[in-house]
Structures are given as structure tokens and as C-alpha cells.
Ligand binder design. Structure first.
Ligand code: FAD
Ligand code: NAG
Length: 498
């Protein structure tokens, strides 16, 4: 049984590892060491400089709207208070009391609003469900949600602040304004790299040790002892050849989780989302102003079904002048030999910083995003995309997280993963419930987050497709440098007329 004196190893210092370490250490756990392969201490989760987990990013959506999923809606509302208290703590700190990468004028949550958009005029089910669940459980919060095209809602926004009316219309250009949806001003964006930097700093203050960077911070393999009754994990071996003993090993390796725990290959699968960036030149104050979060929301847009399905979104401009656009209408797998288990193939992240680096993205999402934002924001066309990345999700079979003991190891191996594209917003709160699962104290998440695997013959969020599925990266056409430009070279029309 785990106790405050247990020696706990956490592998992975993304959102899941950090939040776990924070809640355990603050609850009196004295012996926690977190390992990560990325140089997160010197690079502060910078996704352009060697940090490539899903959590190492410039921004992520913070939303409280959750369809019919009341547990996550409640958790997001609870997280929001903690995010705002982090904002306050940071703003009230002296510069020298903050970790490198943070200054008192940084926020980790910017409440610029979330705009949920879909094609056409009729509210789609997810949006209707979100509004009615909020009405039912949190009527005061429902008043902070505003339906597109609703005159009274627009008037309510105007009374709150005229900037909200600008936000309400900032994305009218998408699909020639043939869209429906709602703006939720309880939400906005988290500044992801800064938030992780702050969370790691709080962990260190609470006594958590970190071993970061390659080779010392990178797990090579779990140390498994065979005992009469079954297997036990007794620690980890890192890539510098050292062994580290642990009573419990918590694997929070995001997209790499199944590469560490072979049994998880049928529990979680890593898939690539496509991200594109535009660095707006300093002198283009007009564009900086247009995408300023004081009147521009984080937005997502959904169009079509089946193969035509589009799901993507965008963010306000960052302090550094960067615009981010994401596409998740199709996510890609990358099957490789499992590093420790023979005859097992698992989807594995491939980034700019992995041993077999990738320097492009699939053409598919790039073209669709170019089409949508080229029409919605024609003023961006002249810049083209100036950067891009693949960002690796960890999908569970049902998009619920997977936070439980792995069966067969006598409670020595614990999985903390399955973020499924929506875990970031819970950074300040997640560990509270991870601690419950670890201590086997049942709560509202115990059943949702329990260990589970693909069920044969069932559709399991794509995990059932395997290597032969249609989303395998090696079968996908990749973008060439010219594809990142918006303006097509002028066709030689005149010549042909001569
Ligand atoms: C494109 C994209 C967009 C998203 N957008 C949102 C959003 O808008 N809002 C939201 O709430 N959520 C969003 N998410 C989800 C969110 O980012 C994730 O749920 C969350 O960041 C996952 O955190 P994690 O700790 O599980 O994984 P990660 O952040 O990937 O962290 C895993 C860590 O494990 C380390 N690691 C892996 N293998 C080893 C090893 N062998 N040894 C040592 N360390 C290792 C890695 O280096 C990494 O730092 C998005 C995800 C993606 C991919
Ligand atoms: C877009 O449509 C909404 C109604 O849905 C309307 O209020 C708004 O004025 C329209 N915007 C433009 C630019 O036409």
C-alpha cells in the first residue's frame, strides 16, 4: 500500500506528471522524483527548443463547456479558480521570486473567451448539450455563454464590455459567416509553456526532485522483478545506465506511454495533431491589434462528417507575436517496433527532436486549414505559415483519462495518461484525483479512469485500426516547403493567350 514515505518515481513531467507530483508532495509525500527526457529546466517547456511533449506548447484552450460530461465540466470549473489563483500569485511575486521564463506580468490563463463554431445555422448537438448542462448545474455560469446571432445575448455582452462585442464578431469571416455556435467567456487560453514552468517551480518548492534531459532523465526500461505470485516493478533504468529504485513507478509519458508499458498498447494510442504558426512581423501593428486577446477569442470550428470532417481552431496572438492554428480532423499514427517488448508494434511520437526527426507535416490538414483561414483572415495570406509541428495526443478508447494501477504488478506500476486532447486545462487540479486513484479512495473519476483495453469488434476511438489503418503517417502525403505559402504563384495566363 502506498504511503507518504513510499519512494515514488514519476516518469514524464508534462501536465499529468506535474499535477500528480504537486498534489502528492503538498499532501505530505516526501520522496518523489520526476524524470523527463526533455531539458525542461533549461528550456522552460519551449516547443521550439527541444521540448516536444503535448504539454510543451505556447497555448491550449481552456474551456468549461463539456457537452453532457458533467464530471469534466465540474472539474474545469474547479480548475478555473486555481488557474486564476496562479495568475494572482504570479502577478504579486517579485521578479526574483519567479522561475526563469516567468515575469510578474505573465498570466497562465487568459480569459479571452472560447468560441465554438460549426457550419450552418442549426446548433449542433455538442453545443446544445453544453449549454443545457451548464444551465442545469451552474445557471450562473450559463449567463456567461452567448449564442451567435442572438440579439439579446449580444446586448448582454455589450453591457459587460464593448470589447466582448468585438470578440463576438471576430470570427464572422469563417465560412462566410454561415456558422452557428456560442461564445463562452468563462474560458480562454492557457499559456502552456509558462503554466508548466510555474507548476514545475511549485513542485520544486514542495520538495519534488527532477532529473531532466537526455540521457539521465530518459527512462530506458522499467526494472521488473519476477516473484512467485507475479511481476513487480522495482524501479527504472535511465539511458545513462543508472538504476533508480522506486516503490511505485507512475508512468505519465503522454504519447510514449505504450512504449514504456507494453500492456498499454491496447489502452492508449498516440496520434499526431497538425499545428501551424504565423510569426507576425513587429511592424505589422494592425495584425497584432486584430488578433489581440482583448477582443479576439480562442476558437474552434467544425464542418462536415465522415471523411470530409474538419475540426480545427485558432488562438489570439502571443506576446511574442505568434499565431497558432491547429487541425484535428484527422490524426496520424506512426507504428514502430516496441523498444522493449518483442513482436509488438506501437504508434510512437515522431517530432523535430526525436532520434528520427521529422521536418514537415501531413499535407492534408495543412491544405484544409489554409483554405479555412485564407478565406476568414485574408490579411494573413501574405505571411504564409512560418513554422509548424506535429503535437502528439494520447487517445484512450473513449477519450476518458486512464489513471489506475496496471494489472499484474501488485500495485507497483501505475499509469497516468490518456489525455485524449483535453487534459491540459486540468493542470492545477488533476493530481487531486490522481492521488485518490493511487490511494484507492473511490471518487467520481474512479470508474471513468479505470484500466481498460480495446474490445474486439468494437469501434474504440481509432485504436482498433492498428498499423493497417488509414491514418498511418508512412502512407500519408507530406507537405513541401512551398505548401506553407498561401499565395499561389501567378499562373502564366498571359503567355498562353499570346
Ligand atoms: C495538438 C494538441 C492540442 C491540444 N489542445 C488542447 C487544448 O486546447 N486544451 C486542453 O485542455 N488540452 C489539449 N490537448 C491535450 C493536452 O495537451 C494533453 O492532455 C496533456 O498535455 C497531456 O499531458 P501528459 O503529461 O499526459 O503528456 P505530455 O505532455 O506529452 O508529457 C509526457 C512527457 O513524458 C516524457 N517522456 C516520454 N517518454 C519518456 C521516457 N522514456 N523517459 C522520460 N520521459 C519521457 C516526455 O518527454 C514528455 O515531456 C492537446 C493535445 C494536443 C496533442
Ligand atoms: C454574421 O452573422 C451574425 C448572425 O449570425 C450577424 O449578427 C453578423 O452581423 C454577421 N456578420 C457579418 C460580418 O456579416
Amino acid at each position: 500500500m502506498v504511503s507518504q514515505d513510499s519512494k515514488i518515481i514519476i516518469v514524464g513531467a508534462g501536465v499529468f506528471g506535474l499535477s500528480t507530483a504537486l498534489w502528492l508532495s503538498r499532501a505530505g509525500y516526501k520522496n518523489i522524483t520526476v524524470f523527463d527526457r526533455c531539458p525542461l529546466d533549461t528550456k522552460n517547456y519551449n516547443p521550439s527548443d527541444g521540448c516536444d511533449g503535448a504539454s510543451a506548447d505556447i497555448n491550449k484552450i481552456f474551456r468549461t463547456a463539456y457537452g453532457t460530461e458533467k464530471e469534466y465540466q465540474n472539474l474545469a470549473i474547479e480548475a478555473r479558480e486555481l488557474w486564476l489563483s496562479w495568475n494572482r500569485e504570479i502577478s504579486e511575486s517579485s521578479p526574483s521570486a519567479l522561475p526563469p521564463g516567468l515575469t510578474p506580468d505573465d498570466k497562465v490563463l487568459d480569459l479571452c473567451g472560447n468560441f465554438f463554431l460549426a457550419e450552418g445555422q442549426e446548433l449542433q448537438k455538442f453545443h446544445k448539450d453544453s449549454l443545457s448542462l451548464m444551465e442545469k448545474l451552474e445557471p450562473e455560469c450559463r449567463k456567461l455563454q452567448f449564442v451567435k446571432g442572438d440579439r439579446e445575448d449580444e446586448e448582454r455582452l455589450r453591457q459587460l464590455h464593448p470589447n466582448w462585442v468585438e470578440t463576438f464578431h471576430a470570427i464572422d469571416g469563417i465560412n462566410n459567416n454561415n456558422t452557428n455556435g456560442f461564445l463562452d467567456i468563462q474560458g480562454g487560453v492557457t499559456l502552456a509553456d509558462k503554466a508548466c514552468t510555474y507548476a514545475r517551480f511549485l513542485c520544486e518548492k514542495a520538495g519534488v526532485r527532477f532529473v531532466l534531459g537526455h540521457p539521465q532523465g530518459q527512462l530506458q526500461e522499467l526494472i521488473v522483478a519476477n516473484e512467485g505470485s507475479g511481476n513487480k516493478v522495482t524501479g527504472i533504468q535511465t539511458c545513462d545506465g543508472k538504476s533508480h529504485h522506486g516503490d511505485i513507478v507512475i508512468v505519465a509519458c503522454g504519447g510514449w506511454t505504450a512504449s514504456v508499458i507494453p500492456e498499454a498498447a491496447r489502452t492508449v494510442e498516440t496520434t499526431a495533431g497538425t499545428l501551424m504558426f504565423i510569426d507576425v512581423p513587429k511592424e505589422r501593428k494592425d495584425i497584432w491589434e486584430m488578433f489581440d486577446s482583448k477582443h479576439f477569442p480562442a476558437w474552434s470550428y467544425r464542418r462536415g462528417e465522415g471523411d470530409e470532417y474538419y475540426q480545427g481552431g485558432g488562438f489570439p496572438i502571443t506576446k511574442e507575436g505568434r499565431l497558432k492554428f491547429g487541425f484535428r480532423g484527422r490524426k496520424f499514427t506512426n507504428f514502430q517496433d516496441h523498444p522493449t517488448a518483442p513482436n509488438l508494434r506501437v504508434s510512437t511520437p515522431r517530432t523535430k527532436y526525436t532520434p528520427d526527426p521529422i521536418k514537415t507535416i501531413p499535407l492534408y490538414g495543412l491544405q484544409l486549414v489554409k483554405e479555412v483561414i485564407g478565406k476568414a483572415f485574408p490579411e494573413l495570406a501574405e505571411f504564409g505559415f512560418t513554422d509548424f509541428r506535429l503535437c502528439w495526443y494520447t487517445d484512450s478508447i473513449d477519450n476518458d483519462f486512464v489513471i489506475d494501477y496496471v494489472p499484474g504488478y501488485s500495485d507497483t506500476l501505475f499509469i497516468c495518461s490518456g489525455g485524449s486532447g483535453h487534459g491540459f486545462k486540468f493542470l492545477p487540479i488533476l493530481g487531486k484525483h490522481v492521488k485518490n486513484q493511487l490511494e484507492r479512495i473511490p471518487d467520481q473519476f474512479t470508474d471513468l479512469w479505470k484500466w481498460r483495453v480495446v474490445e474486439d469488434g468494437k469501434i474504440c476511438n481509432g485504436l482498433e485500426q492498428g498499423e493497417d489503418g488509414p491514418r498511418e503517417l508512412s502512407k500519408t502525403q507530406m507537405a513541401e516547403p512551398r505548401d506553407f505559402k498561401f499565395l499561389q504563384p501567378k499562373a502564366p495566363a498571359l503567355q498562353s493567350q499570346l
